[in-house]
Ligand binder design. Structure first.
Ligand code: EPU
Length: 417
């Protein structure tokens, strides 16, 4: 077990360079199995979710070569065998292996994926897409056996614009006979990135980034090289850190358009930020205005920044209202923010946040990845020392968080307990 100890109220100044996006890399890596050649991916973040995918690839018999930020995958000699539950439950993204293996071998056996405990996270839309593309799905005690005699293109209407179901449907449709249309598709940058990657391998995908994606199946996908896009959630987290305790803190290697909803909301609050072509510079502002925010699919405000933003909303003078529309239980951070001095009440899907709050360092928990990021932000701006337990959740998704914050002036220690 690991914990993070942060002495708060130190000004952050200098530069934080944003890493490759977790939620893009975790889809690109399983998708590489569709290639008949070698796939090389650069700007891969060095986080434990990538280690878990590496474990699955290696278990299947792929040859995986990794350096600090690149991964080279040769899956020409893999064996399509059952993926044990002990590995699949390590992360949500393990279910991209369901679609990759089904697409390539017309058969896959694996268990329900893992992921943060933020409410029920069904996979019904993915399974619906598999069925519509010709697969038979048998579920037995959390285990899925999915087979197809033939994969054939079809029209798929998603009940909600699910990121995972859009990617899974795209991967299978790429190798299905004929044309598939995914209606009500998710539009996140990670979807565009995976479509570009597959197209570089020889797939025929049009419309990624809109809510209607059209895919014409192909028989073969080739070698390719790609680079992971910058992590918009990591970028947003550090921008919020700058708004809390920054002095000309530069957040570099970002695509500002990917975090437009956050930037707009921060401007509405009165944050002091300058946006460049691929960077942002931010300093703390003492007087912040309260706002209303609702999480939505892209380009709406991302649910993954809801918990980090909550920390900043505690600093606004007055009542902010934040509504979470994507997940049913993404408020596990609130108890710990209140323990540090915040005044937040939960009513159904909404948070009512009365500020401004001066946080006081306490012992708190990182109950999930983004809740942990929220606590790190609160700790950076708190009087005294905060101890954050279960920090493994944060290490799953934020590359070198300790070094990145230390380099800009934070007093932060990672401890094994
Ligand atoms: N949903 C269903 N049925 C489905 C699929 C989704 O009901 O078959 C519901 C979910 O329960 C959820 C909503 O639809 O309430 C959105 O789920 P989505 O499928 O879009 O999410 P995901 O693919 O499981 C990815 C990210 C999440 C991020 C969401 C939304 C990965 C590995 N995870 O999850 O990231 O919150 O998209 O943007 O890409 C995180 O990084 O902290 C994280 C949780």
């Amino acid at each position: 077990m690991k914990q993070l100890i942060i002495e708060g109220c130190h000004t952050l100044t200098g530069e934080i360079k944003i890493s490759g996006a977790k939620n893009s890399a975790v889809a690109l890596i399983p998708a590489s199995l569709l290639s008949d050649g070698i796939v090389k991916i650069d700007n891969v973040p060095n986080i434990s979710d990538i280690d878990a995918l590496d474990e699955i690839l290696t278990y299947l018999g792929a040859t995986v070569k990794r350096t600090d930020s690149t991964i080279e995958i040769d899956s020409s000699k893999i064996q399509n065998k059952e993926i044990p539950e002990s590995i699949s439950k390590k992360l949500r993204a393990s279910y991209y292996f369901m679609s990759a293996l089904l697409a390539k071998y017309k058969k896959v056996e694996m268990y329900f994926p893992g992921g943060c405990n933020i409410g029920s996270r069904p996979i019904d839309q993915t399974l619906k897409a598999f069925r519509l593309l010709g697969a038979k799905v048998v579920e037995d005690n959390n285990k899925y056996t999915i087979t197809a005699e033939e994969l054939v293109g079809n029209n798929i209407y998603l009940d909600m614009p699910s990121v995972g179901a859009t990617i899974n449907a795209m991967l299978v449709a790429t190798r299905a006979k004929g044309k598939t249309n995914i209606y009500n598709a998710a539009k996140e940058p990670e979807i565009v990135s995976i479509a570009t990657f597959l197209n570089q391998m020889g797939a025929k995908i049009l419309g990624a980034g809109t809510n209607n994606i059209e895919i014409t199946g192909v028989d073969k996908l080739n070698s390719c090289f790609t680079e992971v896009i910058p992590d918009r959630i990591e970028a947003g987290t550090y921008l919020i850190a700058g708004a809390l305790v920054g002095d000309n803190l530069k957040i570099s290697n970002i695509i500002p358009g990917h975090i437009e909803s956050l930037i707009t909301k921060m401007k509405e609050m009165g944050c002091n930020l300058e946006i460049g072509e691929d960077y942002a510079v931010i300093s703390k502002t003492d007087k912040l205005r309260p706002i209303k925010v609702q999480t939505l699919g892209y380009p709406g405000f991302p649910t993954d920044l809801q918990q980090p933003l909550t920390t900043l909303l505690t600093k606004c003078s007055g009542l902010s209202v934040l509504e979470e529309t994507i997940y049913e239980n993404r408020f596990n951070n609130v108890k710990y923010l209140n323990k540090m001095g915040a005044n937040i009440t939960i009513e159904g899907k909404k948070l009512f946040i009365s500020g401004p709050t001066d946080f006081i360092g306490k012992s708190v928990e990182a109950t999930d990845l983004r809740a942990g990021a929220c606590m790190v932000l609160a700790a950076l701006s708190a009087r005294g020392t905060t101890t954050i337990n279960q920090i493994e959740h944060v290490l799953r998704g934020y590359e070198n968080i300790v070094e990145k914050l230390e380099n800009v002036g934070a007093k932060i220690t990672l401890k094994d307990i």
